[in-house]
Design a protein around this ligand. Structure first.
Ligand code: ZN
Length: 419
């Protein structure tokens, strides 16, 4: 009975206020194989941008200069075809047992490599240790424990060690992929240490690569004009990148659910809510950025080619990783914009939306960065929780808990309406 009543009640509410944006369906769809990880192979990123533009139109956002999309180009290394790494009779599983280095060169003809093992200290110590060495060798280096610099040292050494045809870095860390705007002169892989437990003597590799010097991507931009005299009104901006890492070979893609289909869901949810009651003091702008994962390329392009005066932005909220929230949120730039951060915390305390709001200083870790650099007040908000999938093939829509999604949306709405 209680269920039935609450159902009737929520129906009545949705009749009065309209339906909330179906963010879960949108997020699941953006993570489906058809969208190919919204990257650089197939049309996944185009489908996503067109979908977002269509949603903007449905919600009632207006385009700047008659179009929702702002296109730009970037160089990028892509992996559109074969992706095969075989050790003896074991075919390694892409994304689970190994990653291709994001800038790896291809192995166009399937090839066998003799494996030469080395530990990192030897690599650090001497290049002469490896000479002379025939060209069909793959250098296998155990790198765990040397942190982020190891790869740099490895790359520098390999420049000197031209005689090696390819490299494999063994790791016990979680496999975390990314995107490269450069192509390396040799094939490079990262493999889980356990796959090499029996110290195999050779590896069989086939890897198709295609370097795209001018890959076209786009930002999707729409706005809700202020209720009156919009031309004289400042802007409140919400942003989220829609791209992810795309494909690593024809069989494997990175769905990018938490990062950042979830942010796109949040952007559209907020747009729909705000479209129901336009503000008289602000134009609301919504931007879905492309090519964030390739180095904040879309947001950098927008800051250099803005469609309105950036000085007119009163505040910008960048949402990235919106899919959990059991442990609340972190706010990047909290220390730079203290009064706004205090206000956000106060609104949260009043209505008890989230268990925790953590303060963090400035960081170049998402699309707010170039805005901050050019003097635009901005926060980057991300959720925290037990979901640790990040830049891996398990960042799927099914793994999202949405623990804080709706309360966080309400918090961000009250924050925006408080200006
Ligand atoms: Zn992201």
């Amino acid at each position: 009975m209680r269920l039935a009543l609450s159902f009737v009640f929520s129906l009545a509410l949705s009749f009065v206020y309209g339906q909330q944006y179906p963010y879960r369906q949108t997020i699941s769809m953006l993570c489906s194989p058809e969208y190919a990880g919204r990257g650089y192979v197939e049309d996944g990123r185009v489908l996503a941008a067109n979908f977002i533009a269509a949603e903007f139109q449905k919600i009632g956002l207006q385009p700047f200069k008659n179009k929702y999309q702002q296109t730009f180009t970037l160089p990028v290394q892509t992996f559109p075809g074969a992706c095969l790494f075989v050790l003896g009779s074991d075919t390694l599983k892409p994304g689970i047992d190994y990653l291709v280095h994001p800038g790896s060169a291809g192995v166009a003809l399937p090839s066998s490599y003799q494996l030469v093992y080395c530990n990192t200290s030897t690599l650090y110590r001497s290049v002469n240790a490896f000479k002379p060495c025939p060209k069909d060798r793959m250098l296998v280096v155990q790198t765990t424990g040397f942190g982020g610099d190891t790869n740099k040292v490895l790359q520098a050494r390999l420049q000197e060690l031209q005689q090696f045809a390819a490299t494999t870095e063994l790791t016990t860390n979680k496999l975390t992929w990314s995107v490269s705007q450069e192509a390396k002169p040799y094939p490079a892989f990262q493999v889980v240490t356990t796959a090499f437990a029996s110290k195999p003597q050779s590896a069989f590799i086939h890897l198709t690569t295609l370097f795209e010097p001018k890959f076209t991507s786009s930002n999707v931009i729409g706005y809700l004009p202020a209720a009156n005299k919009p031309k004289q009104k400042p802007y409140l901006v919400v942003t989220a990148h829609y791209d992810h890492l795309g494909r690593m070979g024809s069989e494997t893609y990175f769905p990018g659910a938490n990062d950042n289909a979830s942010g796109v869901g949040m952007l559209l949810y907020l747009a729909q809510e705000l479209s129901r009651q336009r503000d008289s003091n602000f134009n609301y702008v919504f931007i879905a950025f492309g090519a964030e994962e390739a180095g904040l390329v879309g947001s950098h392009y927008f800051v250099e080619h803005p469609l309105f005066d950036l000085k007119q932005i009163r505040f910008l909220l960048n949402t990235d990783i919106m899919g959990s929230g059991e442990e609340g949120i972190t706010v990047v730039n909290a220390t730079l914009f203290k009064s706004e951060f205090d206000k956000l915390k106060e609104l949260n305390t009043e209505a008890n939306y989230l268990p925790q709001i953590k303060s963090r200083g400035p960081a170049a870790n998402s699309d707010h960065y170039f805005f901050t650099e050019s003097g635009v007040p901005a926060f980057f908000v991300y959720t925290m929780g037990p979901n640790k999938h990040y830049h891996d093939i398990a960042d799927t829509a099914e793994e999202l808990s949405y623990a804080a999604f709706e309360p966080l949306a309400q918090l961000l709405l009250s924050f925006m309406r408080s200006f």
